[in-house]
Design a protein. Structure first.
Length: 304
């Protein structure tokens, strides 16, 4: 039998390292807010002739928009994100691009005001806070007949926070390299990851509850380890099957929902990891009162 719980402190060291790497990636690359979260203009434009995206960025910089973000849609159109454009600036930009690349057609244009973007950010924060609180309350209620039911909810939330950090950190790295922006598709994917992640952890917690109620096992660490091993195949198969679906969507759907799919891909991997190597081991550490193991100066000489 795999002794996952027996190696819980090694796995927690690895988890800490992953968190540090993701926080460092976020600090270095940051997250460029999409138009939904910051004021600006988004123009979708189509050229009659083939245009290189690098040349388009250079031309936008030359005409006074060095910070413009340019992306290509599935249909071959270009989405140009700039500071807020007045009607005159908008027409001037189109004329300048026409002079450089030939005739073009505006397929769409959106202006987002600062007040709208601030409201969007507040709504997202509130939604995530309510989701986290709801999860804690639900898990606590579901495991109310277990000793210390609140611990299950807290351990689930801690593991979920790890998933969120992983998603944001890795996305920041990819976004910095590929010039992606944080948009509502990212937030939608993040909320989906939270739901998937907590479901996977509840499956493991539920097996722990079943084995606890049967009785006969006095070593809680051994009970949790056997529960993990018994649900390991289910967790891995579920994660792998979901990944196949996401990869298929990436190949055949493309850039329109790429942020959403990338977040799901990272989140599924992180959620599977945290369900097995964070949530359940943390429950054992709390049950055994082993917090002092994270403080080297408080260890007894006999402890490793």
């Amino acid at each position: 039998m795999f002794n996952i719980i027996g190696r819980r402190f090694q796995f927690f060291a690895l988890t800490g390292l992953l968190v540090v790497v993701c926080v460092a990636a976020l600090a270095v690359f940051g997250l460029k807010l999409g138009i939904e979260f910051s004021s600006g203009s988004l123009m979708t434009i189509r050229f009659e002739q083939t245009v290189d995206i690098g040349d388009l960025r250079d031309e936008l910089s030359n005409i006074g928009y060095p910070g413009a973000v340019v992306q290509v849609t599935n249909s071959g159109d270009f989405q140009i994100r700039t500071v807020t454009l007045a009607d005159e600036s908008r027409e001037s930009m189109k004329q300048a691009l026409a002079a450089r690349f030939g005739a073009n057609t505006e397929e769409g244009f959106t202006n987002i005001e600062q007040t709208v973007s601030q409201h969007t950010i507040r709504t997202v924060i509130i939604a995530m806070a309510v989701a986290a609180l709801g999860i804690v309350l639900y898990v606590t209620y579901a495991f109310r007949k277990m000793p210390h039911p609140f611990r299950y909810g807290v351990c689930g939330i801690v593991a979920m926070v790890f998933d969120v950090i992983m998603v944001i950190g890795i996305f920041a790295l990819l976004a910095g390299l590929l010039k992606w922006e944080l948009d509502l598709m990212f937030i939608t994917g993040l909320l989906a990851v939270i739901g998937y992640s907590i479901n996977d952890k509840i499956v493991i917690f539920d097996r722990i509850r079943e084995k606890t109620q049967r009785g006969g096992v006095t070593d809680f660490a051994a009970l949790v380890n056997s529960s993990l091993v018994e649900t390991l195949t289910r967790s891995l198969i579920t994660g792998i099957c979901t990944l196949f679906t996401i990869i298929a969507l990436m190949l055949f759907v493309g850039s329109t929902i790429m942020n959403f799919l990338v977040v799901l891909l990272i989140g599924i991997l992180a959620g599977t990891y945290s369900s097995i190597l964070v949530a359940a081991p943390l429950l054992v550490i709390w049950q055994n009162g082993e917090w002092h193991r994270f403080l080297p100066w408080r260890r007894s000489p006999a402890e490793p």
